[in-house]
Ligand binder design. Structure first.
Ligand code: FMN
Length: 439
């Protein structure tokens, strides 16, 4: 039986500028005005996406050659705005789609984050998610005034466990029914239903209660992308949706089975976690046109090798300018305190290829499975992949967020998925989590 699956959009910082990609001339000027983002949110809502996830980091890259030059010259995830602003604008322009800004645990004290997210959940009538990340760069850590660098990778997740206790406590500090608004008795809020948190932990402390009032959803939708064993454990404990970039259907299935088993072992219903896999479809009016666009994309990547290396170096903190491009990757001792799972996936998938070839092939098939073809053939392939993997959907990303790229998905691919019964044609509910759990 054909079942619909879930759709998210990954609004990557690099796709906002996408400098050098065709059709992005207008973006070079438009990134600062809200219509680029609000038009996008409306298009994705028209296509009944579950959510748009706004990726973030909070520093200008300088891992490549110890310089900011390549990042600024080519607009590699810079300039970028605070996701709280983009998310609020998107929420105001829409009625049903979920909006998921990214905030890192080290950039916001728990009270600040819980209050901001609760305010956004109210302003969006229950459509806010939080992409919960622990950070990956010492450069970012240095921007906040109280750290010289990030704590070690697994320790960051231990701290995040405590962080979750605090923010969940704050979101729960208003019992259901606390907001009375009874004009006859004159009571706005039942003070017996609003409580302090009085949390005193190893890393965080907080008194509470939250003064913003409650989230319409109770707690916001939590998105997470833990890939390492410790990261998966964390994600399966807290996440409503997990986003993953895992190469190939067998590995995708294994990843999903693993996080579901971990969730079940902790007493959670695994069906309440939706795992969405990152894909970058390349669409054309015919198969030939789509393949031509894929070749053109590969040729652009080849001409931009330092940019690819600089970008990969930003999330792994590795200075690839110091490496011999012809050295086989498995002879290089590549290690990171940043996105460990991503680096492991890269090493596994490229094996003994030279660094040059490895980077080109890794970026050439960015995402979990290659999707190249007409809207209808790509829709069919997505259906097959979901059958093999077991669920729960895809997180779509394009190299750029030009209006053309968004329309190709929202008005080309999604109708083809809908025609096959693989995507919803209308939202079932008003709030984000309810739509996520609809199927
Ligand atoms: C689809 C996807 C989106 C992500 N978005 C962000 C982000 O916006 N900001 C960030 O700092 N990390 C982001 N990450 C990195 C993850 O939070 C995580 O660090 C990474 O998947 C590696 O997992 P690990 O830290 O458990 O090794 C993302 C990862 C994936 C796969």
């Amino acid at each position: 039986m054909t079942r619909p699956f879930h759709l998210g959009w990954f609004l990557q910082g690099s796709s906002v500028q996408a400098w050098g990609e065709p059709w992005t001339g207008a973006i070079g000027r438009d990134w600062m005005v809200p219509e680029l983002f609000t038009d996008m949110a409306r298009a994705l809502e028209r296509a009944c996406f579950d959510y748009v996830l706004i990726e973030d980091s909070s520093y200008v890259g300088e891992s490549y050659g110890g310089s900011r030059e390549v990042y600024l010259t080519h607009g590699l995830a810079v300039p970028r705005q605070d996701p709280a602003v983009t998310a609020t604008l998107m929420a105001a322009a829409t009625k049903r789609i979920g909006i998921v800004p990214t905030f890192a645990t080290f950039t916001h004290p728990p009270y600040l984050l819980a209050r901001m997210i609760a305010s956004m959940d109210q302003a969006s009538s229950g459509r806010i998610g939080w992409n919960m990340v622990t950070g990956s760069s010492d450069y970012a850590a240095k921007n906040y005034g109280f750290m010289d660098g990030l704590p070690e990778h697994d320790l960051r997740y231990d701290m995040a466990d405590e962080y979750m206790q605090v923010v969940n406590g704050l979101w729960d500090s208003w019992e259901p029914g606390a907001l009375v608004a009874n004009t006859e008795t004159g009571v706005l809020v039942d003070h017996t239903k609003v409580h302090t948190v009085d949390f005193q932990g190893k890393w965080y402390s907080c008194r509470g209660p939250l003064n913003s009032g409650p989230c319409p959803q109770g707690r916001p939708v939590i998105a997470q992308a833990g890939g390492s064993p410790r990261g998966r454990q964390f994600a399966s404990q807290y996440a409503d949706t997990i986003v993953a970039s895992i190469k190939g259907t067998a590995a995708m299935k294994a990843y999903r089975d693993d996080v579901r088993a971990r969730a079940a072992a902790m007493g959670r219903n695994p069906d309440e976690i939706k795992v969405l896999f990152l894909v970058t479809p390349i669409l054309g009016d015919s198969q030939e046109e789509a393949e031509l666009r894929q070749k053109q994309k590969a040729a652009r990547a080849e001409a931009q090798l330092p940019i690819l290396l600089a970008f990969f170096g930003k999330i792994t903190n590795i200075d690839f300018a110091n490496y011999d491009l012809d050295a086989p990757v498995d002879t290089l001792d590549l290690k990171t305190n940043g996105h460990q799972a991503t680096l492991d996936d890269f090493k596994k998938s490229v094996g003994s290829k030279s660094l040059r070839q490895a980077m080109l092939s890794y970026r050439g098939t960015s995402g979990s499975v290659p999707l190249v073809g007409t809207p209808d053939s790509v829709a069919a392939r997505m259906g097959e992949v979901m059958e093999e993997v077991g669920g729960d959907g895809f997180l779509i990303s394009t190299n750029d967020v030009s209006r053309r790229a968004v329309a190709e998905v929202a008005d080309g691919l999604v109708p083809a998925l809908q025609a096959r019964g693989l995507a919803r044609k209308a939202y079932g509910y008003e709030q984000f989590r309810d739509n996520l759990r609809e199927f």
